[in-house]
Design a protein around this ligand. Structure first.
Ligand code: COA
Length: 260
């Protein structure tokens, strides 16, 4: 199996559960180019090994992933920033489309790109010490690896705007209350707990899980303008039906409608 300096890929005894650990604890697992490339390769490797569940976590006691690497980003040109964004998007997309469930074990700080990679996973479990946020606004930028799209889908539009506009850093309990993480567990339990979840998933019918994931992902597809066009078509197609004629006539006649 290939090896990378800043990412570890390990399998359980049955070779079913792949655990990806971002391993840069001295930088709180911040994602520089090398680490993003390693993540991309390691996710491909897990897929080619037919992993039936994938876990993403961070090395050390403090952080899941403290975000994109700010020292790398500081002097990027627009073109370089585009390349960096593409790399981050690739990794997030690969997690989202991984053919088996992906679980983020959020075992500490998950800011910026860390929050975004967690959002690209199917499920999120946080440890009690986790602190999560799309904090980019304080760096003069916005979430650039999918956070503007995925956060709103998870917590709702208004809350996502609040979190992104204010760059709020929220604790695990608040994250749970807003539905950003599915559950909170003690810090010393998170690895075992997530491993158990992943093993449980790995025992279930793999094709059905993949189909469920694909179908659920489909609800995220399509643009708002396409949705609005669809709505307009559906709305106007109802005109001329019995129920539309009857409903409006009944209102104007001030009587109860008789629908078919
Ligand atoms: N990029 C690059 N380096 C980072 C980093 C990041 N996103 N997050 C942390 N580091 C580095 C720190 O610069 C520090 O390096 P140093 O030891 O050379 O000084 C090291 O990791 C440890 O971090 P430190 O800030 O000393 O730890 P802390 O416990 O005091 O604070 C955080 C932890 C996560 C609260 C704080 O590091 C932080 O706010 N990081 C930035 C988070 C962020 O905005 N991420 C979004 C990026 S888009």
């Amino acid at each position: 199996m290939p090896e990378w300096d800043t990412v570890r890929l390990e399998f359980d005894d049955d070779d079913d559960v792949a655990t990806l650990t971002v391993d840069r604890p001295d930088r709180l697992n911040a994602l520089n180019v090398e680490t993003l490339r390693a993540l991309r390769d390691a996710i491909s490797e897990a897929e080619s090994e037919d992993a039936r569940a994938l876990v993403l976590t961070g090395a050390g006691e403090k952080a899941f992933i403290a975000g994109a690497d700010i020292s790398h980003m500081q002097d990027l040109s627009t073109t370089e920033a585009q390349e960096y964004a593409e790399l981050g998007h690739d990794v997030a997309d690969m997690l989202e489309s991984f053919p088996a469930p992906a679980i983020a074990a959020v075992n500490g700080y998950a800011f910026g790109g860390g929050c975004e990679l967690a959002l690209a996973c199917d499920l999120r479990v946080a440890s009690e010490n986790a602190v999560i946020g799309q904090t980019e606004i304080d760096l003069g930028i916005i979430p650039g690896w999918g956070g503007t799209q995925r956060l709103a889908r998870v917590v709702g539009d208004e809350l996502a705007r609040r979190l992104i506009f204010f760059g709020e850093r929220i604790d695990a309990q608040d994250a749970h209350e807003m539905g950003l993480v599915g559950e909170v567990v003690a810090h010393d339990q998170i690895d075992a707990h997530v491993e158990e979840m992943a093993r449980d998933l790995a025992k279930r019918p793999a094709f059905a899980l993949q189909a469920a994931k694909e179908a659920l992902n489909q609800t995220h597809e399509g643009t708002q303008s396409a949705g609005l066009r669809y709505e307009r078509r559906l709305w106007s197609s109802l005109f001329g039906t019995h129920d539309q004629r009857e409903g409006m006539a009944a209102f104007l006649d001030d009587r109860e409608p008789e629908f078919k």
